[in-house]
Design a protein around this ligand. Structure first.
Ligand code: SF4
Length: 348
């Protein structure tokens, strides 16, 4: 199958063209890719690549895009949740998130249609895995959202549907293209990849010394709770996971973000923090606390103020910094997986 125009670097485009008998200069490859990434509304610049060369190269590439099917705007916090559709009909989500600086946004991207990790508190996990997204599909969702943002999109986080490191090659390719000056032109530090804790892939990510940030969604240090909440990744030993994160931090530097989905009666006990401190002794971490968002009747409940206070006090006592992240869109039942899950339920 032909490669997609959004997935290639300028060098790869030159090589692909050459392999098919088309001579292409690197500066022309850059120009062609800059144009492929430009908003449809952009006024064309002076033509610098001969029309015949453009046509020859275009014939070697795919250029289809994903479509926006639905938007759910949260008037309270400005989050916009998008339902997108690939040409084969597969649906997945992305979210436009306003940053503190007015007129600046980041985009939360999906990496798979559904997810194989089966995290017990997650609507996407209950859908199961349909398929991986290709890099171009991820990038096309980014462009669709960027092009209608009322300001600049300056970051991307792979924390939508799917486990990004379970689709390692396509996600890393997408991240590389987002960082490329001829692509998304986003700083590597503003591109974050989340994982629920796939140890071999974290080790690979670390060994490849990729310029992106990693967030590890740990959520519990209790083995019994881990087996229930995170059934797939609970096969990895917590000490091995902590060691992989330690290696990543040693290579990358800075603090490692550990995400913790707060659930009432499940993971707010002091003993969980004590184990966290033990596992990550000597590793600079910051804990990102996220309220669970389970819309099912009888589903997991958010921690109350007492539970939350107990956890925060213990983190403070252990000298572990933390931040609280508001789960945007929750008020409209539009958190992770909800749009896609709702549509699947409607069709059933
Ligand atoms: S929380 Fe993330 S990794 Fe777990 S099932 Fe949901 S999408 Fe997959």
């Amino acid at each position: 199958m032909q490669p997609h125009e959004l997935s290639l670097s300028p060098t790869e485009l030159v090589d692909h063209a050459m392999a098919h008998g088309v001579t292409l200069r690197i500066e022309h490859a850059r120009r062609i890719l800059v144009d492929a990434w430009a908003p449809a509304s952009r006024t064309p610049l002076r033509e610098t690549v001969a029309a015949r060369t453009r046509a020859s190269v275009a014939a070697l590439l795919r250029s289809e895009r994903v479509a926006i099917v639905e938007r759910a705007v949260d008037p309270g916090d400005g989050f916009v949740k998008y339902l997108l559709q690939a040409p084969d009909g597969a649906e997945f989500e992305a979210v436009r998130i306003p940053l503190h600086r007015p007129g600046r946004f980041t985009v939360c991207l999906s990496s798979q249609v559904g997810c194989a990790m089966r995290c017990d508190f997650c609507a996407t996990g209950r859908l199961g895995l349909t398929r991986n997204l290709e890099a171009w599909e991820i990038l096309s969702s980014f462009l669709a959202i960027r092009d209608e943002a009322p300001g600049r999109v300056t970051g991307a986080v792979f924390q939508g549907q799917g486990e990004p490191l379970h689709n390692y090659d396509e996600v890393i390719r997408a991240a590389q293209r987002l960082r490329d000056p001829c692509g998304g032109a986003i700083s590597g530090d503003a591109i974050t990849i989340s994982t629920v804790g796939l140890v071999p892939q974290i080790r690979r990510f670390s060994a490849e010394r990729l310029p992106f940030r990693l967030i590890v969604s740990l959520t519990t240090t209790d083995l019994e709770v881990r087996r229930r909440l995170l059934p797939v990744v609970s096969r990895f030993d917590l000490t091995d996971l902590a060691d992989a994160i330690r290696c990543y931090q040693a290579n990358k530097g800075g603090r490692v973000t550990i995400a913790w989905v707060l659930i009432s009666g499940i993971n707010t006990a002091a003993a969980q923090v004590d184990r966290l401190a033990e596992l990550f002794a000597g590793v600079p971490i910051i804990v990102n606390l996220i309220d669970v968002n389970d819309a099912r009747d009888g589903g997991y409940a958010r921690a109350d103020d007492t539970e939350r206070g107990q956890l925060l006090d213990r983190l403070a006592a252990a000298g572990i910094p933390f931040v609280r992240r508001y789960s945007g869109g929750a008020a409209r039942h539009a958190a992770c997986g909800m749009l896609a899950a709702r549509r699947m339920a409607t069709r059933a």
